[in-house]
Design a protein around this ligand. Structure first.
Ligand code: NA7
Length: 538
């Protein structure tokens, strides 16, 4: 067994969020030594950094939590249907304490490089603290939507006011009282931040590049009865999620949106709008993400809602999403988002008509002149799926770097491994369902797969595992092919890398469905790790 006191571990894990914490638990229980390295001063990962006002998960608490421990389930109670960022952070801290994971975590430390030493069969890992560590396995668990992308706006440093990014937001309270505030970006983070601070600010200006489909968030407190029901049915609930399409325990629709009358369709959409959840509108009919005409029906339904809510027709028009199918950029749920634009102190800037030229010491200069602000909040999103791995200088066999390997887009086998990078695993990497599923279910599946694989290798005396090149190529072709069969590639989304200038346009998440994907991963194992080459122990 490697000597952890000398910095040698069975596994070095990047990150101590949902993935990293479960990896520690799973691998330690299997008898491996593990070190998780976390850049933040706390566990929590994405839920540490995204501490912006109103931050909340848009998947329900009962589905956005671990399912591996019935004991944990008894000990923890969620207070609301949708978990807030502070509560998610509390939960992850509770998990770290409950399973005594902290001795395996090094906080405030960043992994800067990882190099595979072919002679020793070890990953040589460098930390910004200076001390070298090594691991037989190197596991990237740094999150799929965790690295904020630069806002690509000139002159940010010249701005004399306060400036924040939602993905790297301070933990101390920020006072917006009486302030002139700008928010740039209208994804989930922008929607949540704006609706959370709108009552506090003097003036709120939203800079919108692409209008978004935002349905109401139907949040509510969870009472004892809800918890009792959850604990009674959680096994079935999670099992259903594991074999579902999106990783959630809801039934799949069986009908086409085009097979019902306009009245019936309207009623079904209306019910989903009023009573449902993030996936509610999407789960009304089976062809919304496959057939343009079907998709038009739901897109038009939401557009009608916007027209009905927003008083000023010009503002309503600007807020109305067009040019991409409903659901192909992640739709949001928010509290009174569109109604917010009826308030006198809320303003909307359409960046397609009035682009930002630069930031100035006093605010933001657009094509129509300078606007002054006390505070500017960038809610401009993430370098998703590849960003976390891209921050680390990773070198595999023969000196090949991961950055070079992925220069035309990420290449993985099953979103879990890469040819040329033996004993390196990715959790919810590109090529797996990842952010197009309820994340925690997908994380658990990957961690279990990795844990089982490491145990198998130990039992069989195998030193290394890596994906075979043909299997990797075929897998990524399959990921593209499945995506091409849907409407998803029609949108300039972060799923396809379109939000980061210069990023190769390649659809990254696997759209075959969580259950199908799980079966494929299990079948690979049953067939003796089909598509992988093992190296024997020396
Ligand atoms: P998103 O969903 O990527 O949203 C980012 C928003 O910022 C989006 O409206 C972007 O417009 C806008 N954006 C990005 N760059 C710029 C620049 N340079 N100028 C103006 N506007 C810009 O990120 P979020 O943080 O809101 O949410 C990420 C995920 O977290 C979310 O999907 C949930 O899964 C949880 P665009 O649409 O690219 O035109």
């Amino acid at each position: 067994m490697p000597d952890a006191s000398a910095g040698h571990y069975d596994a070095i894990v990047v990150g101590a969020g949902f993935s990293g914490l479960y990896l520690i638990k799973r691998l330690r229980d299997a008898g491996f030594t593990v070190l998780a390295v976390e850049a933040a001063p706390s566990v929590g990962g994405t839920w540490y950094w995204n501490a912006y006002p109103g931050a909340r998960c848009d998947v329900e608490s009962f589905d956005y939590c671990y399912s591996f421990s019935r004991e944990l389930e008894q000990e923890w109670s969620w207070s609301e249907r949708y978990p807030s960022q502070p509560e998610l952070l509390q939960y992850l801290n509770f998990v770290a304490d409950y399973f005594e994971l902290r001795p395996n975590i090094r906080l405030d430390t960043r992994v800067t490089s990882a190099t595979f030493d072919e002679d020793e069969g070890l990953w040589d890992v460098r930390l910004d603290s200076g001390d070298p560590v090594s691991g037989r396995f190197f596991i990237l668990a740094g999150g799929a939507i965790s690295v904020p992308k630069p806002p690509e706006i000139d002159g940010i440093d010249s701005f004399a006011g306060e400036c924040y990014h939602t993905g790297n937001y301070p933990h101390e309270p920020v006072d917006f009282t009486g302030k002139y505030v700008a928010i740039i970006g209208t994804g989930s983070s922008g929607v949540q931040t704006s609706t959370a601070i709108v009552d506090e600010v003097a003036e709120l200006t939203i800079f919108q590049r692409t209008a978004n489909f935002v349905a109401p968030i139907i949040n509510r407190p969870l009472d004892d009865a809800a918890h009792a029901e959850y604990r009674r049915t959680s096994f079935e609930r999670h099992e259903k999620s594991r074999h579902s399409r999106q990783g959630i325990p809801h039934d799949q629709p069986t009908r086409s949106a085009l097979d019902v009358s306009d009245e019936e369709r309207e009623e079904i959409f209306g019910d989903a709008w009023e009573n449902s959840h993030l996936f509610g509108l999407r789960l009304t009919f089976n062809d919304l993400l496959f057939d343009e005409k079907a998709n038009d029906t739901v897109a038009e339904f939401v557009r009608g809602k916007i027209r009905g809510i927003v008083h000023d027709p010009e503002v309503a028009k600007t807020l109305t999403p067009r040019g991409y199918p409903y659901g192909t950029k992640r739709p949001c749920i928010g509290k009174d988002y569109f109604a917010m634009f009826n308030r006198e102190h809320v303003h909307l800037v359409d960046l397609k008509q009035t682009p930002i030229m630069r930031m100035t010491p006093k605010g933001i200069a657009t094509s129509e002149g300078e606007m002054q602000f006390d505070t500017v909040i960038f809610a401009t999103g993430f370098d998703a799926l590849t960003g976390a791995a891209g921050r680390i200088a990773i070198t595999g066999r023969g000196g090949e770097t991961l950055r070079d390997k992925w220069v035309d887009g990420p290449q993985t086998y099953l979103g879990l491994t890469c040819n040329g990078f033996p004993n390196m695993f990715l959790v919810t990497g590109p090529g797996s369902p990842g952010p197009l599923s309820a994340m925690v279910r997908s994380i658990e599946q990957h961690v279990d797969w990795i844990g089982d694989c490491m145990v198998h290798m130990r039992e069989e005396g195998l030193a290394t595992i890596q994906a075979l090149p043909d299997y990797e190529i075929n897998w990524m072709d399959h990921v593209q092919e499945v995506a091409e069969g849907t409407l998803y590639p029609r949108a300039d989304s972060w799923y396809i890398g379109a939000n980061v200038p210069g990023k190769p346009r390649k659809f990254m998440p696997y759209l075959g469905g969580v259950g199908v994907y799980r079966e494929k991963c299990d079948a690979v194992v049953s067939a003796g790790y089909d598509g992988f080459a093992f190296g024997a122990d020396k």
